[in-house]
Write a protein that binds this ligand. Structure first.
Ligand code: 8YV
Length: 325
């Protein structure tokens, strides 16, 4: 058994056992400043790297002369420099589809908890402040039959639209690189420009992957276009938002509330004004974080790795057209 695979995130024992049938497995439950030297030393002789979020760029690849494959255990792959991988002939894979339903559940949690002010009111009850019947100052806003705007109508967007349209009777608006007539038919969805969507809907849900084009696509100017009664939800990547612009928009009352699963910097800065705003619901990047889904994701990453090791077609290889220079 000559191939070596590094697993650099916590995975279930059954994932490790499966991989061990095909390669020598070096397992780091997580990378810490203390084990980085050992990680880099193993990297020199490693063929496959399996995990998530680690920045895999020129500087890391220079330390990995034998690397042939990167099996990302996430659907997002903004941590990968695809150009650098391609120029070295390194294959990459991600874990689409298996997390769609779980992420859509998380997003609905954010929609409901911001609209109905649930975390704020839970805290109010726990603080012993519930002394009389709830008065209007604590009322939220309805979710059902409102307008939901989805920016980035990919697989997760469609899973969200399914819940929103059929479960909550919401009207779906979407903005995407290209129109999707099937989506329009299925959810009676309206395709619109970003500006039209921002002006029209009650909930703006950002789901686009992070790329050079989408970085900071939502800033103060865009939030100002939203209705003052509208709610902003981000479950994509924090860097798709200009966080200062979001904070300003919330402070100025340009939007009603925000539900965030992701931040410009993670873990989020403990002094961030977002953490002290009652109308901001802050989750710690839990989009796909259920035991069942994380197992499916890591298992799919392992299946991709094994497909490479056994010369088979890689189930979910990342195949994107790269810019040519
Ligand atoms: C996690 C995600 O970042 O799949 C993605 O793109 O954002 C997440 O599910 C990741 O898997 C963390 O381990």
């Amino acid at each position: 058994m000559s191939e070596k695979i590094i697993v650099y995130r916590k995975v279930d024992e059954q994932v490790l056992n499966y991989l061990r049938e095909y390669a020598e497995v070096v397992y780091f439950e997580k990378l810490t400043p203390e084990n980085m030297d050992e990680f880099y030393s193993e990297l020199e002789t490693t063929t496959v790297l399996l995990g998530s979020l680690l920045k895999i760029d020129e500087s890391l690849l220079n330390k990995a002369p034998n690397l042939k494959m990167v099996a990302n255990s996430s659907v997002g792959y903004d941590n990968l420099d695809l150009q650098a991988l391609k120029s070295r002939g390194i294959i990459a894979s991600n874990t689409p589809e298996v997390l769609n339903e779980t992420v859509a559940d998380t997003i609905f949690g954010l929609i409901l908890s911001t609209a109905r002010r649930m975390p704020e009111l839970v805290q109010w009850v726990k603080n012993g402040e519930w002394n009389e019947n709830l008065t209007e100052e604590y009322f939220g806003v309805d979710v059902h039959h409102k307008k939901l705007g989805i920016i980035g109508m990919g697989r997760i967007g469609q899973t969200l639209a399914q819940r929103a349209h059929f479960g909550f009777g919401m009207d779906i608006y979407y903005h995407n690189r290209s129109r999707n007539l099937e989506v329009e038919e299925r959810f009676n969805a309206t395709f619109c420009s970003l500006d039209d969507l921002l002006q029209e809907v009650d909930f703006v849900c950002l789901l686009t992957p992070l790329t050079k084009e989408t970085e900071k696509m939502m800033g103060y100017e865009q939030f100002k276009k939203m209705k003052p009664s509208a709610i902003f939800i981000n479950a994509s990547r924090g860097k798709t938002v200009d966080e200062e612009g979001l904070i300003q928009a919330l402070q100025d009352g340009e939007i009603l509330a925000a539900g965030l699963d992701v931040y410009e910097k993670e873990p989020v800065d403990k002094n961030s004004p977002l953490l002290s705003m009652k109308n901001v619901v802050t989750l710690p990047h839990i989009g796909s974080a259920t035991s069942e889904t994380r197992l499916k994701m890591t298992m799919l990453a392992a299946q991709n790795a094994v497909a490479y090791l056994t010369g088979k077609e890689i189930p979910t290889e990342i195949k994107v057209k790269l810019e040519t220079h």
